[in-house]
Design a protein around this ligand. Structure first.
Ligand SMILES: [Zn+2]
Length: 101
């Protein structure tokens, strides 16, 4: 369990938004955004601020303990987005937004 002080720092740094899909906590008030280990503990990741990210449940479950995936365009093993070292706009973009409300 990540200590409360670190959890609050991660949440504040992320502006209370998922660092992968940018969903804001206010968009899912019943499901709290989660503190996620960028390098999972099973791969030696630690509870350091630089290894923690804020993630929605969907992104956290999809990423799970993966560190890389096969790029469908190149078929090459490719590291997953790293919120501390990669730029979001280099990996993701918004094509459209549909409100489910
Ligand atoms: Zn997300």
């Amino acid at each position: 369990m990540v200590e409360v002080r670190l959890r609050n720092l991660v949440r504040d740094r992320a502006n209370n938004s998922c660092e992968y899909c940018q969903k804001r906590q206010e968009e899912s008030p019943l499901i709290t955004l989660q503190i996620e280990h960028i390098i999972p503990r099973k791969h030696g990741g630690e509870d350091h601020l630089d290894n923690l990210a804020l993630a929605c449940a969907d992104c956290n479950l999809r990423k799970s303990s993966d560190l890389a995936g096969i790029d469908p365009l190149t078929s090459q093993l490719t590291p997953l987005f790293h919120p501390r070292t990669d730029l979001w706009q280099d990996h993701f973009s918004w094509k459209e937004y549909e409100s489910l409300a």
